[in-house]
Design a protein around this ligand. Sequence first.
Ligand code: FPP
Ligand code: MG
Length: 285
Amino acid sequence: MNIESWEEFQQINQAITRFTDGIEDGIYLKEAVSHICNSGGKKIRPIMLLLSAEVCDAKIEDGLDAALAIELIHSASLVHDDLLDMGTIRRGIETTNEKYGNGIAMLAGDYLISKSIELLASYKKEVIAEFGKAGMRMAEGEVIDIKGFSEKQWNEEKYFRCIRNKTASLFAASTAMGAYAADADEDKVACLREYGERVGAAYQILDDLLEYRKILNDKHSIQHSTGLVEIYSMHMNSADAMRKVEERVHEEVNFANSLLKKFPDSPARDKLFQITEYATFCMLP
Ligand code: FPP
Ligand code: MG
């Protein structure tokens, strides 16, 4: 699966370059913002936004500003997450806080969030409301994550509340915003929103599983979230716990795919099936 060759991926990358190149040279935050935006990343969320718009019969251009807004707020959330986690390396390179200090990192994140709001100005209010709610859910999810460390009663229910808010919310917003940008009806929006939510949950469960297995060795965060394996391991051995976690991921992905199947067959729908696989099972070694 070569997602980098997709038109959607290339359009998003070009939009990011236009944005960073377009920041005036005298602006202090230009360097830090460019560092963040050019640090790689799979672009899963904005691609999902564009494809969701396409399955609802819109063109890529209709969703492009919204897709860039999603990528920028996602980047801002990682910058803020690294600040909170005191992370030093992400995606194999220095985090913004490590390279420029905490103050600049916080403000570069603020800059990106503000830019993303500006990008949404020409969309209808449903798109903007969806985006705003996702930001609030992400902040809430991150708090649940932080509080989880000091709580004795960290359990499956709290774990899911955490990951649905901190991670699945932005996937859900991406797919719903794509549908809204295409002027789809509320049934289609709801279907795509739930599809995004399920993919996002599956993605985070696997991300936590990989962290547990210490496979992601390019991240050196001091703090680590307690994932589902650790929770299941309280009642079973770790091999069984890992198997149970993978089953849970399958459940989320199967449900997500069943929602996509409600849309007629099309190249965009086919790419959504592929990106679901890419965001989830392709992460496993
Ligand atoms: C990474 O999780 C972080 C998130 C999924 C969300 C972080 C959200 C915030 C800091 C709130 C920001 C809100 C706005 C509106 C920008 P992780 O630590 O489990 O994954 P990692 O291993 O990639 O760090
Ligand atoms: Mg983190």
